[in-house]
Design a protein around this ligand. Structure first.
Ligand code: AMP
Ligand code: GLY
Length: 429
């Protein structure tokens, strides 16, 4: 098969890496890709959100399957456009992608279908939201969310009134996330540990992936502002079998069924970001695509052929597909540019990638990198994701940081506590 992967992050490098191992692959393209994907695929300089030019490309090369990594083209209807032109795509339609595209839609949907989530209110007007915050009707901490897409940065956990007013101003006043600040969700703060649970669905059948845990905050100990994700790990014990079944019964099946009932057939990857509260799992957010960095720990554990799964999903026929998973632990440490998630510099030369690649069972996925005069340089905030697999979580952590320590660029930053929450949990149990 001729395959196009759309996107340029660590997630897309991980997808391309996994697809490149498929015996069904004839030719792999990545648009626009990064320095990492250029080693596995032909990088094509088309931005991920340029749907018209991507469609022209797919037509000219006779691409058999397009795999869409990021949310923006999905929310903007890439799947509908491709399918109208009879090209197979792995991803949900625009009508289904609204589950990620609008937090207000997702919250109202969960309410309609009795899917457990935090209590909330939606506001279209900044002054009304401000009055509601001042009126003591919310208990602090409280969570403010820009309605639309914001690259994982539009959510503010606010400890007090002043912080919530500053967040309100950033979202609806300054409009830091553009039109995503047209509407605001104010939500009850949920306490517990987070887990990411992703499934493949053809709109009816569901194939769960192994669970994972992201580290969204920039600093160790989950301090500081949220980022796109500073690292992740995956081991089965993140969610017990009972919890996984509960999530399937209370969240995943009702969502796939509910979307279908509402005329928004969900054919794609559904990602539930969950908080394990004392009252049980509750949904923090839905995404309509693979998570990043979660993909960088989940796909390395997949033993089945990813291309077959994605192709069957796009054809709407997952009925007879079975997934096999490695029992090993996977840890991914994200290396970011100093300053991220605020402003940061680009164009720093990266050294040590070859040495890091010599570490056993380790892959360095590229995110914000590009090739300049045959050198790999930084080109984004999240630069690399170093993933290691090992029989135990502790061994995977040690291996991943050994590889990280071989990599260098000016002002590089990474958290040093990725997966330590997983170690704490293992020690408790
Ligand atoms: P979201 O993009 O909605 O998943 O939010 C990003 C992050 O903000 C989550 O991964 C949580 O760490 C945090 N968060 C979001 N909503 C809540 C909530 N209701 N209670 C506590 N933390 C939250
Ligand atoms: N890691 C969270 C996300 O992909 O949105």
């Amino acid at each position: 098969m001729k395959v196009l992967v759309v996107g340029s992050g660590g997630r897309e490098h991980a997808i391309a890496w996994k697809i490149s191992r498929s015996s069904h692959l004839e030719k792999l393209y990545c648009a626009p890709g990064n320095a990492g994907t250029s080693q596995l695929a032909n990088n094509i300089p088309i931005p991920a959100d340029d749907i018209d030019t991507l469609l022209d490309f797919v037509r000219s090369k006779g691409i058999d399957l397009t795999v869409v990594g990021p949310e923006a083209p999905l929310v903007n209807g890439i799947v509908d456009r491709f399918e109208e032109n009879r090209f197979a795509v792995a991803g949900p339609s625009q009508a289904a992608a609204i589950l990620e595209g609008s937090k207000a839609f997702a919250k109202d949907f969960m309410k309609r279908h009795s899917i457990p989530t935090a209590a909330y209110q939606t506001f279209d007007q900044m002054d009304l939201a401000g009055e509601a915050l001042e009126s003591n009707q919310f208990q602090f901490p409280v969570v403010l969310k820009a309605d639309g897409l914001a690259a994982g940065k539009g959510v503010f956990v606010c400890a007090n009134l002043e912080e919530s007013q500053a967040a309100l101003d950033a979202i609806m006043g300054e409009r830091r996330f553009g039109d995503s600040g047209d509407r605001l969700v104010i939500e009850e703060f949920l306490e517990g540990e987070e887990a990411s649970f992703m499934v493949f669905s053809d709109g009816l059948n569901i194939l769960p992936m192994v669970p994972s845990q992201d580290h969204k905050a920039i600093y160790e100990g989950d301090q500081g502002p949220n980022t796109g994700g500073m690292g992740a790990y995956s081991i089965d014990s993140i969610l017990s079998d009972e919890l996984r079944q509960q999530i399937l019964d209370e969240v995943i099946h009702p969502t796939i069924r509910g979307m279908s009932q509402e005329g928004r057939l969900f054919r794609g990857i559904l990602y539930a970001g969950l908080m394990m509260t004392r009252e049980g799992p509750k949904v923090l957010e839905f995404n309509v695509r693979l998570g990043d960095p979660e993909t960088q720990v989940v796909l390395p554990r997949l033993e089945s052929d990813l291309l077959t799964v994605l192709n069957q999903m796009a054809q709407g026929d997952l009925k007879d597909v079975k997934l096999e998973w490695s029992t090993e632990a996977a840890v991914c440490v994200v290396i970011a540019a100093g300053g991220y998630p605020g402003s940061y510099e680009k164009g720093k030369e990266i050294s040590g990638l070859e040495m890091a690649g010599e570490e056993k069972n380790t892959v360095t996925f590229h995110a914000g990198t590009e090739l300049k005069k045959e050198k790999v340089v930084t080109s984004g905030g999240r630069v690399l994701g170093v993933t290691s697999l090992a029989p135990t979580l502790r061994a995977a952590i040690i291996r991943a940081y050994e590889a990280v320590n071989k990599i260098h660029f000016d002002e590089m930053y990474c958290r040093r506590d990725i997966a330590s929450k997983g170690m704490d949990r293992l020690e408790r149990n």
